[in-house]
Design a protein around this ligand. Sequence first.
Ligand code: PMV
Length: 287
Amino acid sequence: MTEPAVGFAGGKLILTGEHAVVYGFPAIAVGLDLGTTVRLEPVDGETHVASEPADDRLLAAVRAALPAEGLCVRVSSDLPIGCGMGSSAALSVALVRAHAALEGRALTPDREFTRSLELEKVFHGTPSGLDNTVAAYGGAIRFERGDPPKIRHLTPPSCTLVVLESGEAGDTAALVAGVRSRHPGNQPTLDAIGALTAEIEAKLDDPASLGPLLTRNHRLLAELGVSNARLDELVELALAHGALGAKLSGAGGGGVVLALVEDPQPLLDAAAARRIPAHLVTLGGRA
Ligand code: PMV
């Protein structure tokens, strides 16, 4: 039997700059080891998805990425879907990589980015490209949208994060449209996030200073109207259990909260006691 062609891409967490990035401000995001794998097996007949869930957007991305005939597609992921951890960008890049592997080619990250961005548009309209950039290049990235976008590779901060799932999926396209509908009245908040991102970049390797800046970022995102009661509650839970700082990460309206911690255990215990799904993420080789 022919071996399947396999493509993997990692998810991401946005440390700062979500939403403001749509208005030209920089954002900083880090790639994760958690991610999405696509397997392509040659078969007779129409290309089809054999894994669950095979929702309409996945089918549309598969149609856009792959030949109409001859493939069985299986997708597996250890990223929660629609949670601001870059599941759709990871899927887009994994599809592009699997297709290249099938054709016996390796693409440059630049090509992977360009091709996957087309697929990402199937998932949510006009993405800034931040998620795809991190999925294609990995590591820590400072990103400014544009054609082409301005990308700077940063040394990943050495820190420990606890990621708390809100249990609700945020709708990125609707949240971005909501911020747009309140523009330009919310420009001062976007400006403040832009200024904060510069401060965060300067303090990436100083967790004691970084923590409060992340919490300030969350408050500004709440002012922008993309947080909700559950996300605010998770931020407070994290701060009450030793986090240096915490914020929603991604489009908001659900998704995840990331908490910067020295010792993850108190927060992991508090999350377990409340049955809140939590992930421990270590960046920059921190044990
Ligand atoms: O896909 P998410 O939930 O990580 O959000 C993407 C970040 C936004 O700035 C809200 C949108 C974008 O296209 O950059």
